[in-house]
Design a protein around this ligand. Structure first.
Ligand code: ZN
Length: 184
């Protein structure tokens, strides 16, 4: 909003430049809104996976792996169904995406997760060289992106992941809250 307002004020004080700058502003906004729309769309699919996981009695976290605008893998948590403590949604989609691309390195991919990834999943994303992470709600009890640890931006590691937070955060958090409220 601040960006918008300053450009708007500029329009009235510098009318001659306004045409070009106004066009530039529209283009910047168009690019931003297209990116955000895609993020929201993929996060809705991740939420679907989270809800499916909840119905199976799993902690409702969902993940989607995207490469060049196409979905490579989608899953919810599967730790109970697979009797596998590492079967978090993010790990499941990393494995599937690697199989599909035939590469254990996943440069150029974006991982969407409904909740801030834990230290295991963040570590796996570093190993896989994932380019970007978009997640919904923070996890103050174990999040390893910014809440408890900052693994994806640690300068001691040889790879860093670009992070976008807060996509459909309220819905992502609500799925978790209602799941645990029902179990109390
Ligand atoms: Zn995890």
């Amino acid at each position: 909003m601040r960006f918008c307002f300053s450009w708007f004020a500029f329009y009235f004080t510098h009318e001659r430049s306004a045409c070009f700058l106004g066009a530039l502003q529209i283009r910047v906004h168009a690019i931003l809104s297209v990116g955000m729309a895609d993020d929201t769309e993929f996060m809705r699919l991740a939420l679907e996976e989270a809800r499916t996981a909840a119905a199976a009695g799993e902690v409702p976290i969902g993940a989607i792996m995207v490469h060049e605008g196409k979905i490579l893998a989608r899953s919810g948590n599967r730790t109970i169904r697979d009797c596998d403590p590492t079967a978090h949604a993010e790990i499941v989609v990393l494995r599937e995406a690697s199989r599909r691309l035939g590469n254990h390195r996943l440069g150029g991919t974006t991982l969407y997760a409904t909740i801030e990834p834990c230290s295991m999943c963040a570590g796996a994303m570093i190993q896989a060289r994932v380019t970007r992470l978009v997640y919904g709600a923070d996890d103050p009890k174990g999040g390893a992106v910014r809440s408890c640890f900052e693994i994806l931006s640690d300068n001691r590691l040889n790879h860093r992941v670009e992070v976008t937070t807060g996509a459909l955060a309220a819905e992502c958090a609500a799925v978790m809250q209602s799941f645990f409220a029902e179990r109390r």
